[in-house]
Design a protein around this ligand. Structure first.
Ligand code: 26W
Length: 834
């Protein structure tokens, strides 16, 4: 870090930031010359920024309260926020002032920003979508709260040892979190277990749940600053805390220490994020996490609603609750329990209110991801909720039979209760029945939801099903992540795109502008150099910035087909070894992504990529043309560096399996071209830009479905000599010479079943990849033209558009603009004792 004082323009804001930073260093952190570290400096700057958020935060709450606005409650077990500092500074419009202020004191702002750990409270797409939605909700001035869990440990830190993934705990709160405010006054008690007592009272059964164990949830709030710094919404995360009272029994038995110890165990609830996506596991702790955060959130929503002093039937006018997948679906029976047992409403009225308040978003077509809880587990942990679920099911099935007379199988599929040796509660069924809207996250996905996953439900509730194609926030993913491209775009078409992303289409004519194309390529080159530098620091890998960057980053899963990419790399390797390759610019194949710790094949895919990388990168003749790298610990911050640097984006899932994808959109708006299948939202990207400007290959979802019954991977392998050779090399153990048989499980899945149709798509993938390489090698200018057309066609994929659709169609919420106050003169007044 430079200690040389640099002289920057005078600005009162800059001067104030310098002073606040210095005061926080001294008075908040007592960081004198002996204690001043990069962490204290980062924290002091974060406090100085936070000071500039608090007033608008307060003002936003106050305005939303005074106007009696309807609020959106986004309930999600995951929020993959990444870092807050740069995003907040840019949204506040303080970028230059902060940089100058730090430079005046001898610090490089960029280095301070690097100290912040990612808030990795999510697995992948679903969690990052929630984070993008919060940014859009605040920027669009929609009163809203994100509700989730304040995990002490987020998604694990991935290390790679000898090619294998290992997991390390992510202790992201170790140095404190300057972006959160603990609200010790917002605390709710949540019960578990126990029994339900029934009392006959004035001709009506009154149910009382007497829980056996209690845990408290304390609110921790993070500000969500909208672009322009006017609306500041709240992400409220619950942290589990032991209750203060002792269990009499245990205490009287005299084992004081044991009593304290068992109390502390309750705090396990918010310790750690479950690292699974797509594979559901019926773990009791996970069920408890879900109920814990749902119960706290609903208690908070109800508390806020009660301030209105209006009747319960008005709840849907004041609150829209969106369930991010089924993970928070206990909100449905919990709201019923509150309305009936605590507020004494009749079933019919409570049900009407619940259904009108709830909306449900489905995020996956994988049957093994659907949540089902063993009935016995629900019974012992949430006995009253199980009763309510039974009653919901009973009433629903009575209604549903009229749609399917004489079709018991249809009724069986509609039932919330899955019959069998051990009965299960199907949370997706509960979510559809208990909400007024069920949406998929891309057109294709929404169609498959009604056609394949829930055909009977779409007969019973044709009006409930709808589509909301996902989006991403252009502010984090273009403005913050790719400042050079962002300012080039603003120079060309103005900066309206930052808050009105439809305007990005004005960039289309610039595809014909030779200077613009040259500038685009220069910017891409700089982004690569920047990414190479980051990767070197982050994981010690050396990448060639003068090569084509071909990138597949996402969770590792068989359906996403990292294996397809790997097989094509083997194919290229053989061509190079046999001297059959020409017209080829050097290509760097980059992979990144985490595997669920228990997902054997996904971990083997990582190992295979690393072994292929070793063979290729160690072969001097080959590495001139291709090199392969698996970047450990892919996360939001790495994505922000890598995506702007990418030339070719790999979106190659088996059609009909990727609900939407959102990485695809981030690459598109950063000027990468896409090689991909007609799956998820990639279909809509092709509609927007035109197939001719992408590299589309492979079987469609419908073709895959039709092929399923007679598909034989062996046939496809033997029919194509080059593919056969690829498999021969892989099966010969060439990539695991010293590690015999390690890839046997992969070999088996591929040859016996190939559930994800790798071999049905490998030929068209390889050919399509050749086309991409050919264009990149021979006509960079034409490549740049397509890339610019892709950016210009990405207007649909802003989460601002997605959120406006949710707001208009599902939530019926309006914008509530917040004035930006310059002065906070009432601070003393507010502090005075009332
Ligand atoms: C119960 C275990 C579990 C945990 C998480 C099952 C499933 C999930 C998520 C639903 C998986 C997920 O992240 N789905 C992704 O959601 C994105 C946002 O809508 C989509 O873009 C991705 O296509 C989808 O895979």
């Amino acid at each position: 870090m430079g200690t040389q004082e640099q002289h920057t323009r005078f600005s009162p804001t800059k001067a104030a930031i310098s002073l606040d930073f210095a005061e926080h260093l001294k008075y908040s952190l007592d960081a004198d010359e002996f204690h001043n570290t990069d962490i204290t400096r980062y924290t002091a700057l974060a406090y100085a920024i936070r000071d500039r958020i608090i007033h608008q935060w307060h003002k936003s709450r106050e305005t939303q309260r005074e106007t009696g606005s309807k609020r959106v409650y986004y309930l999600s077990l995951e929020f993959l926020m990444g870092r807050a500092m740069t995003n907040n500074i840019i949204n506040l419009g303080l970028e230059n002032e902060v940089k100058d202020a730090m430079a005046d004191l001898g610090y490089a702002y960029e280095e301070l920003a690097e100290v912040e750990p990612d808030a990795g409270l999510g697995n992948g797409g679903l969690g990052r979508l929630a984070a993008c939605f919060l940014d859009s909700l605040a920027t669009l001035d929609i009163p809203s709260y994100g509700y989730g869990i304040r995990y002490n440990y987020g998604i694990f830190k991935q290390q790679v040892r000898n090619g294998w993934q290992t997991e390390q705990p992510d202790n992201w709160l170790r140095h404190g979190n300057p972006w959160e405010i603990a609200r010790e006054d917002i605390i709710f008690t949540v019960g578990f277990g126990g029994e339900v007592r029934t009392l006959r009272e004035s001709g009506r059964d009154q149910y009382t749940w007497i829980s056996a164990d209690q845990v408290q949830g304390v609110a921790y709030d993070m500000p969500i600053v909208g672009y322009g710094g006017k609306t500041v919404n709240t992400l409220r995360l619950w942290s589990a805390k032991a209750t203060d009272e002792f269990n009499f029994q245990e205490f009287n038995e005299g084992d004081y220490v044991e009593a304290v110890r068992s109390k502390i165990l309750a705090e396990n609830l918010s310790q750690v994020l479950y690292p699974n996506d797509t594979l559901y596991m019926g773990k009791e702790l996970r069920l408890k996490q879900q109920y814990f955060f749902v119960a706290c959130s609903l208690a908070d929503i109800v508390r806020r609603f009660k301030r209105q002093e209006t009747s319960w039937k008005e709840l849907p006018k004041f609150a829209a609750i969106q369930l991010n997948d089924t993970h928070p679906s206990l909100a449905i029976p919990e709201l019923m329990r509150i309305l009936i047992d605590l507020e004494h409403l009749e079933w019919e009225e409570a049900w009407d209110i619940t259904v009108r308040t709830m909306g449900y978003t489905n995020h996956t077509l994988m049957p093994e991801a659907l949540e089902k809880w063993p009935l016995t587990m629900l019974e012992s942990i949430l006995p009253r909720h199980l009763q309510i679920i039974f009653e919901i099911n009973h009433r629903f099935l009575q209604h549903a039979v009229s749609f399917f007379p004489l079709r018991p199988q249809a009724i069986e599929r509609l039932s919330i209760v899955e019959e069998g040796p051990s009965k299960q509660i199907r949370m997706a069924n509960l979510s559809i029945i208990g909400s007024h809207s069920t949406n998929g996250v891309a057109e294709l996905h929404s169609r498959l939801l009604t056609e394949r996953m829930f055909p009977e439900f779409s007969v019973v509730f044709p009006d409930r099903f709808n589509n909301k194609t996902n989006g991403i926030t252009q502010r984090r993913w273009l403005l913050d992540a790719n400042p050079l491209l962002a300012s080039k775009i603003s120079e060309a078409i103005g900066d309206g795109w930052i808050t009105d992303y439809e305007r990005i289409k004005d960039l289309e004519p610039f595809a014909e502008d030779a200077n613009f194309r040259t500038d685009f390529l220069t910017i891409k080159q700089k982004a690569k150099e920047h990414a190479v530098e980051f990767i070197k620091k982050d994981c010690g890998l050396i990448l060639r910035p003068d090569s084509m960057f071909d990138v597949q980053v996402k969770r590792i899963h068989e359906y996403k087909r990292q294996l397809l990419n790997a097989l094509n790399i083997i194919l290229l390797y053989q061509r190079i070894k046999e001297g059959r390759i020409q017209d080829f610019s050097p290509t760097t194949f980059i992979f990144g992504g985490k595997a669920a710790p228990g997902y054997v094949n996904a971990k083997l895919i990582i190992k295979l990529i690393n072994n292929i990388a070793k063979v290729i990168n160690d072969d001097s003749a080959v590495r001139e043309l291709i090199s392969v790298h698996f970047l450990p610990n892919y996360r939001v911050t790495m994505a922000e560096r890598l995506i702007p640097a990418t030339d070719l984006s790999e979106q190659i899932s088996t059609a009909g399996f990727e609900a939407s994808g959102t990485g695809n959109m981030k690459f598109m708006c950063n000027g990468a071209l896409t090689i991909g299948t007609m799956d998820g939202a990639t279909v809509e990207m092709a509609e927007e830009v035109g197939r001719q400007h992408m590299f589309i290959f492979g079987h469609s979802a419908d073709e895959i479905e039709r092929m399923r019954a007679q598909y034989d991977p062996y046939e496809w392998i033997t029919r194509d000599p080059e593919i056969r050779k690829v498999m021969d090399l892989f099966l010969s153990g060439y990539f695991n010479v010293m590690e015999p048989h390690i890839f046997d499980p992969l070999r088996q899945s591929l040859l016996n079943e190939d559930r994800y149709f790798h071999f049905a798509d490998l030929r068209s993938y390889a050919d399509s990849h050749d086309e991409a390489t050919f264009l990149y090698t021979n006509n960079k200018d034409a490549w740049a033209k397509k890339a610019i057309l892709n950016i210009a066609a990405s207007g649909k994929f802003s989460s601002d558009r997605t959120i406006m659709e949710y707001a208009n169609d599902i939530w019926k919420t309006r914008r509530v603009p917040i004035d930006r106050d310059q002065s906070a003169s009432s601070t003393l007044k507010a502090a005075r004792k009332k």
